[in-house]
Design a protein around this ligand. Structure first.
Ligand code: GLA
Length: 431
């Protein structure tokens, strides 16, 4: 059995001093104690976008709306481990999808995308949605998935505006799903626990958008906390909050290469892991997922696995161990160790899991050459998207300009760069 199976997690909800627990619904409050790291007050961020969207909704549908927002995310470490029932360490970012909603009297859901200037609609009586490669699958799929879960939501008018860059590996899809799901529940006077909402949204993406994603992105969009990372056990869905560093920042660099083509490759990686699990479970009857396998077990049965499947497994198993070590590094306030783990994670994703790209490798290489950088890796599903680097606070400015120049010189593309401000999960934007 793998070492990670021994880690214990609090199930489901968070119980920390200053937080309030509200049985069965999503309205918990931000912590009152002041932790290390950036301070992001959700309230101060909500106002302007929410007000504008409400006005646009009024023009479009001629009625008042309530507004909700759910964050994108960046994963510090623990890549392609979620669908292997392993461990991940995401942070909710202060980039959001905003959804305005008002209930309708009939059973129709109408949605207008502010980004694409397109509309779509469905009737909740007819849940025969097919898998479709269309933006509306992330909205209407959630409505269908809510109904399939037994939530008797009513019809609604929706206006959606995404501010999480699309195809950048920052989880714009999950932020659309979670903001939509929460808005539809609230407009129907219903509630679900954050974990249930995350599962409903994951099911929508699996069944209606055709991506066999894990649960990480939906969980962090529901359960993220300002100023904290989460360590999430993707088997039990228990999680713990981890403090960020006081004197080092996480910085995200967007390669500006979209990972649109990734769905097929992603599903193929998942299939490789399932093959490994099937073969290893024949030898070790307790194995349900790669999370249950140690590196020693893998070596013992290596000859039974196709070479590619062996390397995929080695990535997942070693990455799970790195997440556990990363937890220790954050808790000790030890950026050197976390930086080292991030760099090892990148190498494993590049060579064993083969989900990196020339541009991501270039960004990581540039980052590592800059003084004050502890470590750097690709983040998210891969094949494009972003890197995340851990940078000493005093070196962040220099880092930004050196990466921007170096990357543009080599590729002709200007990278977008974000300093990570850990934010709250889905919330209503209140006046
Ligand atoms: C995508 C998926 C997640 C996860 C990551 C890789 O973001 O949506 O579930 O598998 O890739 O870690």
């Amino acid at each position: 059995m793998g070492p990670c199976s021994r880690v214990l997690f609090a199930a489901g909800y968070l119980q920390t001093p200053g937080s309030s627990r509200n049985e069965g619904c999503l309205s918990f409050q931000t912590m009152t104690e002041k932790p290390a790291g950036n301070d992001v007050s959700a309230a101060s961020l909500m106002q302007p976008e929410a007000r504008t969207l409400r006005e646009q909704f009024q023009k479009l549908y001629g009625e008042e709306a309530r507004v909700f927002r759910a964050p994108g995310r960046v994963n510090l470490i623990g890549e392609h481990t979620d669908y292997n029932e392993g461990f991940v360490m995401p942070v909710a970012m202060d980039l959001y999808t905003w959804v305005a909603v008002a209930a309708r009297k009939d059973s129709r859901v109408h949605v207008y995308s502010q980004n694409l200037r397109e509309r779509a609609e469905m009737d909740l009586q007819d849940l025969k949605l097919r898998v479709q490669r269309h933006w509306s699958a992330y909205v209407l799929g959630v409505a269908a998935s809510l109904r399939m879960s037994g939530a008797e939501i009513g019809g609604a008018n929706l206006l959606v505006e995404g501010r999480v860059p699309m195809g950048a590996g920052l989880s714009s899809s999950a932020s659309v799903e979670v903001a939509t799901g929460y808005a539809l529940l609230e407009s129907s006077g219903l509630s679900r626990s954050p974990v249930d909402l995350a599962k409903i949204c994951q099911r929508a993406e699996n069944e209606f958008a055709g991506a066999r994603c894990g649960i990480m992105d939906q969980m962090i969009a529901c359960c993220g906390r300002a100023n904290y990372a989460l360590i999430l056990d993707c088997r039990t869905l228990g999680f713990r909050l981890l403090p960020l560093f006081a004197d080092a920042q996480f910085v995200v660099c967007n390669s500006m290469v979209k990972h649109d083509h990734a769905t097929g490759e992603y599903n193929a990686r998942r299939a490789d892991c399932e093959t490994a699990t099937r073969i290893l479970a024949e030898q070790m009857p307790g194995v349900r997922a790669l999370r249950d396998v140690s590196l020693g077990d893998l070596e013992r049965y290596a000859k039974l696995l196709p070479e590619v499947v062996y390397r995929r497994s080695r990535h997942v198993i070693s990455e799970n161990a790195r997440v556990e070590d990363a937890r220790g590094a954050l808790e000790r306030g030890d950026p050197e160790s976390l930086g080292r783990l991030m760099s090892e994670s990148h190498r494993s994703l590049q060579e064993d899991y083969e989900v990196s790209s020339t541009e991501l490798d270039l960004l990581v290489g540039i980052a590592r050459g800059i003084a004050g950088v502890y470590g750097s890796r690709m983040t998210g599903g891969g094949f494009g998207g972003c890197t995340i680097s851990l940078v000493g606070s005093g070196a962040v400015e220099e880092f930004q300009s050196a990466v921007a120049q170096g990357y543009e010189r080599a590729t002709g593309r200007k990278p977008d760069i974000y300093i990570v401000r850990a934010s709250d999960g889905v919330r209503e934007a209140l006046e």
